[in-house]
Design a protein around this ligand. Structure first.
Ligand code: MG
Length: 454
């Protein structure tokens, strides 16, 4: 147990649904449900607007539809979630090298491993937690997170859960028992309905009651491993360390100049050359990466880095060059730069893809049940429930691009037609148009970033 509340837990609020609302302005403030839309589908995430109707994660989709028929039902966009998650995790790593992602939308940070000064008071840690929440909001394009901190993972996790959504709680060292004991046992991570039932049968409802039960009685009720683990957690005994993911490999090159360079065309040419050198090295070492970083040292020796994360890994010199040029324009170099660098890093594949696979599989199963209108009402020119003649799959919520109308997303599809709403994270709510399902002007699309390219 630590003597300072130096373990922090960050949990993005209603993550998948929040990403959808970020990228689909017409859905902001409305109930949004992401998950498997097929007959056996379950809810992966419901927006807070949908939770008001009693919709919860892991609920059968059929029940969700009965409770909240007017919600937007989306099959989920893996690439957008991963891209956003990586941006948030990268921001956490700016703070401390010891970051343990536990899923797309959750991570522990060991603040003691960072260079963060005094962590002994709750006020100091509260300032750090608020800075993390602000930074998360910034790098994710406007997503909120709940943050908890304490002397152990257990306390940090429970604290962030308690302040959902968009809140923060730091539990002072020495107050753990006082904090935990009034809570229902179900607050302890890992105590599900089955364990809760068994504990109720031996008269245990709160963590305080749990703490007073002997280990042997808990082992008898729950089994050796679970009983012992729970007995320790009830005493707030938790010394699990924060374990960082394996180090991600990165390749970067940089050039220092004899004199400061302010000419934007010259700087761009240098960035282009650095990007090609990085890509040559990537190719030689058979690597690819998802994050492109530009480093700029200005005339006054201040050093600035900017990075952007792609949905998928790349070693394509055109992609790296384009992103590096964009990143260069993020920094004011008008007074002169004395160093430029370009790097590509491949983050470790910590993401538990298989947690999401069931949802993806369900979305795939929807190929057998097209004709379903996922969003809102039924446009006049669409009829629900008729098998699709065209084999092309337009899953509700998927990103598409039209040669004339630009970027949009699949609002609904059926009977050989697809309806698209043309809007992006940075547009206002956009118009809806319907096309033939095999319209050659319409294509599936994976955005490289949620910001519109400038
Ligand atoms: Mg979350």
């Amino acid at each position: 147990m630590r003597s300072k509340p130096s373990i922090l837990h960050l949990d993005l609020d209603a993550f998948f649904a929040a990403v959808e609302q970020r990228d689909k302005p017409s859905l902001r403030g409305k109930p949004v449900i992401v998950g498997g839309l097929g007959p056996r589908g379950v809810v992966s995430t419901a927006s807070y607007e949908a939770r008001a109707f009693g919709v919860r994660s892991a609920m059968r989709m059929a029940e969700a539809r009965a409770r909240c028929p007017h919600a937007a039902y989306l099959s989920g966009r893996f690439a957008a979630y991963r891209m956003t998650s990586r941006a948030v995790m990268a921001a956490l790593r700016e703070l401390s090298p010891l970051v343990e992602p536990v899923s797309f939308d959750e991570a522990y940070v060991d603040l003691a491993a960072g260079d963060l000064g005094d962590l002994s008071t709750t006020t100091a840690v509260e300032h750090i937690a608020d800075a993390i929440r602000a930074r998360t909001f910034e790098v994710s394009g406007g997503l909120t997170a709940s943050v908890g901190a304490g002397t152990s993972k257990l306390i940090a996790k429970i604290a962030s859960d308690l302040r959902k959504p968009d809140g923060r709680l730091v539990v002072a060292a020495g107050t753990e028992a006082e904090f935990l004991h009034p809570m229902p046992v179900s607050r302890i991570p890992g105590v599900g309905p089955a364990t809760g039932d068994r504990l109720r049968r031996i008269g245990v409802h709160t963590v305080g009651e749990l703490a007073r039960v002997g280990v042997s009685e808990l082992v008898a009720a729950l089994g050796q491993a679970h009983g012992q683990a729970l007995a320790r957690l009830a005493q707030a005994e938790d010394d699990r360390p924060v374990v960082a993911e394996r180090e991600s490999k990165s390749i970067s090159v940089e050039d220092t100049f004899d004199h400061d360079i302010a000419d934007p065309r010259l700087l761009q040419m240098i960035v282009d050359r650095l990007a090609s050198r990085v890509c040559e090295r990537l190719a030689r070492e058979r690597l690819s990466g998802r994050t492109v970083t530009v480093k700029i040292r200005l005339f006054d020796f201040s050093t600035h880095t900017r990075s952007t994360t792609l949905a998928g890994p790349t070693d394509d010199v055109r992609v790296v060059t384009r992103l590096a040029r964009q990143l260069l324009t993020d920094v004011d170099t008008s007074a002169g730069a004395r160093l430029l660098g370009v790097g590509v890093s491949g983050l470790a594949d910590w993401v538990q893809d298989d947690l999401f696979t069931s949802v993806v599989d369900d979305a795939d199963n929807d190929a057998g049940a097209p004709g379903e209108l996922a969003i809102g009402g039924t446009p006049e020119n669409l009829v629900s429930g008729t098998p699709d003649a065209a084999p092309r799959l337009w899953s509700p919520g998927a990103d598409v691009v039209h040669t004339t109308y630009g970027q949009g997303w699949v609002w609904g599809a059926g009977r050989g037609r697809v309806t698209v709403r043309f809007e992006t994270s940075s547009s206002g709510p956009g118009p809806v148009r319907t096309f033939a399902g095999d319209d050659p002007d319409l294509a599936a699309y994976t955005p490289l970033t949620w910001k519109d390219p400038s």
